[in-house]
Ligand binder design. Structure first.
Ligand code: FAD
Ligand code: FES
Length: 376
């Protein structure tokens, strides 16, 4: 695996000069003599925080939030742009090598945007690969590789007068960042934070929530514990937040919880915006027309592969021995997004079939319906 334990501060001259150095190394004349990847390998050997291309972040603290959830507090190198650019609710993609296999997973930032140190909060998924690895093997001093912050589940610059932050289980992570952001922005409106979990022992960020409730007068903190109050339902939501229909809402939690709230919004005809983020995929629709062999041309690399349109383009490209950039593999992170120059694709999440030239598609949720040309 690529995490390395290092506690000394790296010199930042490489990081400061990263953009011009990278541009110089990518010049065709220079590239023919010095490969950027070789420079990266040398920098990493010199110090694991040094890179011209990657955000590296040292683990400076690990907090046990509950028995199965830990917060990893990270100090990023100078390539991290999130200090001025990250928005509350966004995520980073964590890249690791476990047993020689390169793996990526997405984690929401639970820290306040603009903070010097950033944090991700990870719940152990039994039988999972990355979350148990982070819990059991990553320690203070290790260096992780992360992406810049990304994602569209964010608070806007112009805040509405009434807000509901609604979460369940580990879905609390992005909305906790939103709560921290509202407090830092000295929000003067009215915010309800309603979190659902089984019992107080499973409450993530218990101390931070209590501190926010004590110091942030605009906040009403509501906690629903299923074990004592019964299963959380949309009716319980209306009882707890009678003016729910007036509140712009940001929600994150398990699929069943979110589906019930979305249904409720529809059946009650609520017109206030309901923004939501999922940690797991929504079920893909069956393809409408599998079986026809089509050719996918990759304009940049000149490669091509043939697909019968039975699985998403990302999987088909991988089966053909290619390695397109990807992250979540479930249509959320946009890492696999590319321009489709021509041809017809079907979106397996919406069922939409589109032949528009030069449109952005996500390889992990799109299947080919005709020959395609992709800008890859
Ligand atoms: C936008 C986004 C933000 C995310 N933010 C966070 C976060 O802040 N904290 C966090 O802990 N996780 C978060 N995740 C989930 C995270 O990316 C991983 O999916 C999770 O840590 C499991 O990875 P794993 O390698 O341990 O399990 P895997 O090896 O990928 O999966 C193992 C098994 O666990 C199931 N599984 C995976 N994830 C979940 C889940 N969340 N709930 C229920 N079952 C699951 C899978 O279906 C599979 O059966 C986020 C995901 C997305 C897409
Ligand atoms: S890999 Fe995340 S959207 Fe496709």
């Amino acid at each position: 695996m690529t995490v390395a334990n290092h506690s000394t501060t790296p010199s930042t001259w490489v990081e400061t000069l990263a953009a011009p150095l990278k541009a110089a190394l990518q010049h065709p004349w220079v590239e023919s003599i010095v490969r950027l990847s070789a420079v990266e390998d040398s920098l990493r050997a010199l110090h694991p925080m040094l890179s011209l291309t990657d955000v590296r972040a040292r683990v400076v603290r690990i907090v046990d939030e509950t028995v199965d959830t830990k917060t990893f507090v990270l100090q990023p190198n100078a390539l991290w742009q999130g200090r001025h650019g990250a928005l509350a609710g966004q995520f980073v993609q964590l890249r690791l090598e476990i047993d020689g296999r390169r793996v990526e997973r997405i984690y929401s930032l639970s820290s306040r945007p603009g903070a010097r140190l950033i944090a991700i909060t990870v719940k152990r998924q039994t039988g999972g690969l990355v979350s148990p690895h982070l819990h059991d093997h990553v320690k203070v001093g290790d260096v992780l590789t992360i992406s810049q912050a990304d994602g569209e589940f964010v608070l806007p610059a112009q805040l509405p007068a009434k807000i509901l932050l609604l979460s369940a289980g580990s879905g609390i992570t992005p909305v906790m960042a939103m709560l921290r952001d509202l407090q830092a922005r000295n929000y003067q409106g009215d915010v309800v934070f309603l979190h659902v979990c089984r019992n107080p022992a499973e409450l993530i960020f218990a101390k931070a929530l209590q501190a926010a409730a004590d110091r942030f007068p605009e906040l009403s903190l509501l906690l629903h514990f299923d074990d004592s109050a019964g299963r959380f339902t949309p009716e319980a939501l209306h009882l707890a937040v009678p003016d729910v229909g007036e509140r712009a809402t940001w929600m994150c939690g398990p699929s069943g919880f979110m589906d019930a709230v979305h249904r409720h919004w529809r059946t009650q005809g609520l017109s206030t915006p309901l923004h939501s983020e999922r940690f797991v995929a929504i079920p893909m629709l069956p393809t409408t027309s599998p079986g026809t062999a089509v050719t996918v041309m990759l304009a940049h690399s000149g490669a091509h592969f043939v697909t019968s349109g039975t699985a998403p383009l990302l999987m088909q490209a991988e089966a053909a021995g290619l390695s397109p950039k990807h992250g979540c593999r479930i249509g959320i992170c946009r890492s696999c997004q590319c321009t489709k120059k021509s041809g017809t694709v079907e979106n397996l999440q919406t069922g939409e079939i589109s032949s528009t030239p030069n449109e952005q598609i996500r390889l992990c949720i799109s299947v080919a319906r005709t020959d395609l040309a992709l800008d890859l």
